[in-house]
Design a protein around this ligand. Structure first.
Ligand SMILES: [Fe+2]
Ligand SMILES: [Fe+2]
Length: 169
């Protein structure tokens, strides 16, 4: 049995997450990062546990930047710093960091379980909170590559605490 098959067998209920247009948010800059995330996650899941720590750390580092970039954009287009999308990011990152600690303490399966959970989580997040942010950025004329507003008067700073998603209470 190959190591890939062994890992797949360990989490048969979560199929590999592949990039597709169904994951696109409509913001090219955001989608670039998301495609990188999906690619890194798939590569991680194909590895046996003893080879997962370094690529997992790289995924955490990528996710730190990914979330920080989106949170910068949120503030630029009028969200409060502690809006619900940013809070959700914090929960995910806290969990990702805790997984590394548990792995180092001897739970060799935990990165694989977390990677499977992330493959389940990501499509919903991209299609709701991230797509909502992308739509709002478009509506106020925000350029995510230059991180500038065509007309700053269209944004009232720190006025939104929700994220435009039905998954945000
Ligand atoms: Fe995202
Ligand atoms: Fe997000």
């Amino acid at each position: 049995m190959s190591t890939t098959a062994a890992n797949t067998d360990a989490f048969p209920d979560v199929p590999p997450l592949l990039w597709s247009e169904a994951l696109a948010t409509g913001d090219d800059r955001m989608d670039e990062t998301h495609e990188e995330f999906v690619t890194q996650l798939a590569a991680l899941r194909a590895l046996p546990p003893e080879q997962q720590l370094e690529p997992y750390r790289a995924l955490v580092a990528h996710t730190v930047e990914h979330f920080a970039r989106e949170e910068r954009w949120m503030v630029a287009v009028g969200f409060a710093v502690d809006n619900c999308h940013a809070a959700h990011h914090r929960q995910i990152l806290d969990t990702m960091r805790a997984v590394e600690e548990h792995f180092l303490q001897g739970d060799r399966e935990i990165i694989g379980r977390m990677a499977a959970a992330l493959a389940e989580w990501f499509p919903m997040h991209a299609q709701t909170m991230d797509a909502g942010l992308a739509q709002h950025m478009r509506s106020v004329g925000f350029d995510s590559r230059t991180e500038t507003l065509a007309d700053p008067s269209r944004v009232r700073p720190a006025t939104m605490t929700g994220c435009g998603s039905v998954h945000c209470s």
